[in-house]
Design a protein. Structure first.
Length: 228
């Protein structure tokens, strides 16, 4: 178990170092040597976990999605909004997510398949909007897959603009504004009046997820743990 824990920590240290280098330098300019220096691990340790720079980049791209599912909501439009605002908040606060987004949008990253995050986010949005449609929350003309793609593409542009203009400091404001502009053409007005689109919503959702995790861990701990 100790060896397994050490391997997990080493892998995470390598991914964190790769994320830092990819975010700062982009995919093409980043080197394995620089990632090794930042991670403070041997070349053998890195190649045990990742076979190439492309493999490292794929690891960072998938890591940004790490199991932070929004709790289920009765209103599926709110659940959809929460997913967007949570991602925006993590983009502002989590270097791994920032690196993943930079890689996703890096048009000079030759040989790297950047389609994964776009497809995953499109699938998440489509699934939630289909459920919203089934509950009568959407306007009659809406096609969930089309709307999901519009939101994913629009958010990609909004976050890129925010990064250039304010280093993501205004991202929550811009994302909230994007949703306020798009959703009236998609969602029944009677539903939209009760949906929280506020700039602080992403942080609240993350706090809720982390609290649910803490509660789950506390329930799983056997009686007497921590008692001397």
């Amino acid at each position: 178990m100790a060896m397994q824990d050490r391997a997990i920590r080493t892998r995470q240290a390598i991914l964190s170092a790769a994320a830092k280098v990819f975010e700062e330098r982009g995919y093409q300019a980043a080197t394995i040597t620089e990632i090794l220096a930042v991670a403070g691990v041997t070349k053998g340790a890195l190649y045990f976990h990742f076979q190439s720079k492309e493999d490292l980049a794929e690891g960072v791209l998938s890591e940004q999605d790490q199991q932070l599912s929004v709790p289920e909501r009765a209103c599926k439009v709110q659940e959809f909004v929460d997913s967007v605002l949570l991602h925006a908040h993590r983009l502002r606060t989590d270097p791994m997510v920032r690196a993943g987004v930079r890689l996703t949008l890096d048009q000079r990253a030759e040989g790297l398949d950047r389609s994964g995050p776009f497809l995953r986010w499109g699938d998440i949005g489509r699934h939630l909007l289909q459920r919203a449609q089934a509950q009568g929350e959407l306007l009659p003309h809406v096609t969930p897959s089309e709307t999901a793609d519009v939101v994913v593409g629009s958010f990609a542009g909004i976050q890129s603009m925010s990064q250039a203009l304010s280093d993501y400091q205004d991202l929550m404001e811009r994302t909230s504004s994007l949703l306020r502009h798009l959703l009236p053409s998609v969602v029944q007005s009677s539903v939209l009046t009760s949906v929280d689109l506020s700039e602080s919503r992403g942080a609240k959702v993350l706090d809720e997820i982390l609290e649910l995790r803490r509660q789950a861990v506390a329930v799983q701990e056997p009686a007497g743990v921590g008692v001397s």
